[in-house]
Design a protein around this ligand. Sequence first.
Ligand SMILES: Cc1cc2nc3c(=O)[nH]c(=O)nc-3n(C[C@H](O)[C@H](O)[C@H](O)COP(=O)(O)OP(=O)(O)OC[C@H]3O[C@@H](n4cnc5c(N)ncnc54)[C@H](O)[C@@H]3O)c2cc1C
Length: 271
Amino acid sequence: MTAYYAQDYLDLETLAEIWPELGPDVLILGRGSNILFQDGIRELSIVVWEKNDHPIVIKEVEDKVVALVDAGMSLPGLLRWCAGHGFSGTERMAGIPGSVGGAIAMNAGSYGVEAGDILSSVTVWTPESGIMELETDGLNFGYRTFKITSAPGPFIVLKACFIFEKDDPWAVRSRIKEFYNRKKSAQPILENTAGCVFKNPDGFDPAGFLLEQAGFRGKTKGGVCFSDKHANFLVNKGNGSSQAALELITEAREAVLRIFGASLELEVRVV
Ligand SMILES: Cc1cc2nc3c(=O)[nH]c(=O)nc-3n(C[C@H](O)[C@H](O)[C@H](O)COP(=O)(O)OP(=O)(O)OC[C@H]3O[C@@H](n4cnc5c(N)ncnc54)[C@H](O)[C@@H]3O)c2cc1C
């Protein structure tokens, strides 16, 4: 495995030089919270953007602020920063682990708010064009996807400008708490999972409901099980293998297609 940890903009120049040696399938890794790594030893090139300075408020207009946030910051860390400053916008994302860069790349969301909804620009690096700052009209956010309209190839999210509304810090903190507790009571967020396994299919009930109806809630194989709390989460009970997880995924997909005619697409990224 080759791993390159970029901590500052100068490192991106080195990255541009070594990029061709990394091979065709470079994994840009955030904090790995949405990734199911396959068992065994494989040749893999990983790049991690680690820059994680404190967010900076760059603009204030009436009741709104624009804050510049490094993609290497943790998303829970950003929520804590917002709570401390009384900036509202991220509260519904409480309980989502990972980095800010990962949240943007996945357009992560919860309870009706997605990362793309609260951004005004994203700065990315691509091997062909280097650093580019893109306003939202150059960004293509979809359901758990983010694409750059002008550059279809690989990219690293470096930083982004978020738009927050000014509020009382206590009110922001209490909403974060409320949404965190809501998520904790409905999803196994304190167990070993990689988040939702499948996206909710268009035109059908949510994936978790279909999986439950198909009998997969609690279904276990080799130390991995579909959660009792929420059937769209696979939980590693401690000794689970990704082989077992992938077998359960295949069985669940086949059953849901057979019973409901719904084709489930993976949300978790298998690497
Ligand atoms: C308990 C739990 C609960 C979760 N709940 C939710 C939820 O409610 N809603 C939700 O949307 N997700 C949820 N997730 C999934 C996951 O936390 C999010 O997708 C998260 O935003 C991924 O961030 P990460 O840094 O861990 O990214 P990773 O898992 O490391 O990577 C995910 C994807 O993003 C890409 N990526 C990561 N960083 C960058 C970067 N800097 N530049 C370019 N690409 C990058 C990777 O290449 C990969 O394709 C949950 C996960 C867990 C474990």
